[in-house]
Design a binder for this molecule. Sequence first.
Ligand SMILES: Cc1ncc(COP(=O)(O)O)c(C=O)c1O
Length: 395
Amino acid sequence: MSKFFYPLIDNPYRKKDINEAVKVLKSFKITSGIKTINFQNTFKKKIKVNNALMVNSGSSANLLALQCLINPYRKKRLKRGDEILIPSLCWSTSLWPIIQSGLKPKFVDVEKNTLNIDLNDLKSKISKKTKGILIVHVLGNSTNMNELIKIKKRHNLYLIEDTCESLGTKFNNKYLGTYGEFSSFSFYSSHQISSGEGGMICCKSQEDFEILKALRAHGWSRGLKNEHKISKQNKHLDKRFIFYNSGFNVRATDIAASIGLSQFRDLNKFIKTRNINRKKIINELNKSKVRDKIAIIEENKGVKASWFGIPILLSKKINKKLFIKKIEKDGVETRPIISGNFLNQPSIKKYNLRSNTKMKNADYINNYGFFIGLPTKPISSLIIKKLVKVFEKSV
Ligand SMILES: Cc1ncc(COP(=O)(O)O)c(C=O)c1O
């Protein structure tokens, strides 16, 4: 039994998800195969991306996107030291693939009210060396994508959308993950849908898709569009084992794909139930005496959010550490908003990545922000009342 009456996420899997995985196990074909292909195709059609490849995590999806941008098979590619702008409120593996690919991150502050990248700060950070933007769509919310795309076009920048926390969110009726050259998604257990571990890397161009396929699986020529041509050019080799590019192995299993696909089919249902739960909780919080002591993050203009949690900022009068300690003790599980201002992490110091500008809002979110979960099943009014009472007791 969980020690939390209000956990971050209840068991995210239904019997029918597990039954799909059991079917895969019973087929004895459990490595990446037909289920993975089915999931990719279903995903591609619904989200309306040009190309989708399932990988073993959202982190791997980010890694492949950045590695693709520096790949020698790309006609136009980034070179060592080129700058990528990134919000300081980001996840570890939003950032590290930039450095692992020999590129240079430049940090941008975020907005307090949306948690997303501050477009004015972004504009002020663009220099001749800037070649791309990696944005993070935080906890189901988004920046103004119209404005961002204008900036991207004006300065001729690549856009990578880290959509690991925002599967199903739309901006102006278009899914997040369809705006950039690349987008990544995560199916980790606390997110909008889960496949246990898993992710998706999507891209616009066919050139990038071919590179991503090779990068995902050892650099192999297998499954590439010009596989036949490559084998003809390399007659001295066993045509089944031609390593055409550099590579990783970040494939997902069909077990994960079957669970992911089963959940993905119910994405709209999850979004709807979560929205109903969210409204009920916010209504109660707004009627309570914590009303003036907290700010609940709302959808940005133009955004139809797909939430998996409720991000909250405490007022400055409240000691966050103490508050979190109290509500966790009373059975409400919490998490920081991503990892707070990532510039505060020890790895930043070790790799000498500090920024010479202040991240005022990321720091505020770091010091006063947290989120609670949002179940995919209807929540009882009894639990909501208990949740609000715990909040009231702890402020
Ligand atoms: C914004 C963001 N990007 C990337 C990831 C990495 O996803 P995964 O856990 O599937 O590797 C996460 C993880 O939660 C995340 O929050």
